[in-house]
Design a protein around this ligand. Sequence first.
Ligand code: ARG
Ligand code: ZN
Length: 461
Amino acid sequence: MPEAVRRTFVVATVPVALVALLGAAAPPSAGSSGVGDPYFPLAGNGGYHVGHYGLTLRYDPGTGHLVGKAVISARATQRLSRFDLDFNGLTVTGLTVDHAKADFSRDGQELVVTPRHVLRKGQRFDVTVTYKGTPGPVTDPDGSLDGWIPTDDGAFVAGEPQGAMTWFPANNHPTDKSSYDFTITVPKGHTAVANGVLLGERTAHGKTTFRWRQSEPMAAYLATATVGKFQVEQFTTRDGIKVYNAVDPREAADAAPVLKKLPSVLEWESKLFGPYPYRAAGSIVDRAPNVGYALETQTRPVYDSAPSLSTLVHESAHQWFGDSVSLTSWKDIWLNEGFATYAEWLYDEQHGGDSAQQAFDALYARPASDGLWEFPPGDPGSGANIFGTPVYARGAMTLHVLRKAVGDRAFFRILRAWAAEHRNGNGTTAQFVRLAERVSGKNLDDLFQIWLYTPGKPNKP
Ligand code: ARG
Ligand code: ZN
């Protein structure tokens, strides 16, 4: 056989598996339409991770019209023929991948993008999406609204669990955390508040542009771009955290005494949970009567009205538990809500209120028929239950039972180790259980099995 022919022959018979192993020649495939979250199967997308979002928005509260541009810097995690973004409602006016026009189509919340060329595994690429329309919220499985929620003077913007996709195209699942830049233009007299540090503010031709930077990684649901007529206050804490408070004047009198406590709450929580994870902090106190909840938007929680001190403590605790240490699956939501609720109990206990034991006892006294025992917090069953009472209250009770079992020293070491080891990352319930066992040196399987996973009211611990 002549040399050239033999070489061709050898190449042609190299086993397919070896070719796949070598990577380059693996057949390209489509990124999946979800990351496999059992409660929200279409949330997030497979095949890539987002490193950074650059969002440029222009919002007119008078007409409710939004014009947007998203520059999404991502990296392919497989050889990609096409991939999805989550994007709901607004009209896409243009889409490029690395500045080359790409094909796209819409399928419910999936924006399906087919780049001109196959993307190599590991390749970095920029997706630019321009869009416009009149954004509105999504209705969650529990009937609540989230996403872009218009108010009488702007919009309350909060995305847990699904609503980020109502105002920007995203890889909308907490397992993909990214840095963000926001450039938001609103009519002069309005303020646009996003996450992180305010880089600048400029007024020209009757419009004001606000530039915000969230440099630490953030899950899409924690992004905000809340717009309203706000009173603004800015200062730096003695720990060097830049605080920016924006308050609807109609809520200002009720909000002031609570917001005044933010620096001391963050200081107290830093002693308990370890260093505050971000360089910025603050609050957005809006008047949004149809919302009915507050959200721990990263660095700067958003409140639908003047918050109570407990709510401020709760949303602040989420900066560690939920924002810095993020969920891997929405089923594990007790890792957010149980922890933030327990922070409220600890705050009361250490500030002259009821002890955590008293809070526990009052809940435990509820009869077996009470909604508190309707489902176990580690297994809410569906997206409709993730903000149910058992997640918050029995989630916090689980932590109290843990504290009693391991003692205060080990318990607070566990909380700090959890925040430190998963800082700016993600965690699972299984990882928390393992960490608690490691730090305490105790077998805690039964405790967690009963309190997190067993239906019905547990026996008295
Ligand atoms: N995480 C919020 C809290 O701190 C609750 C968000 C509720 N969201 C919703 N769509 N119902 O409690
Ligand atoms: Zn919460």
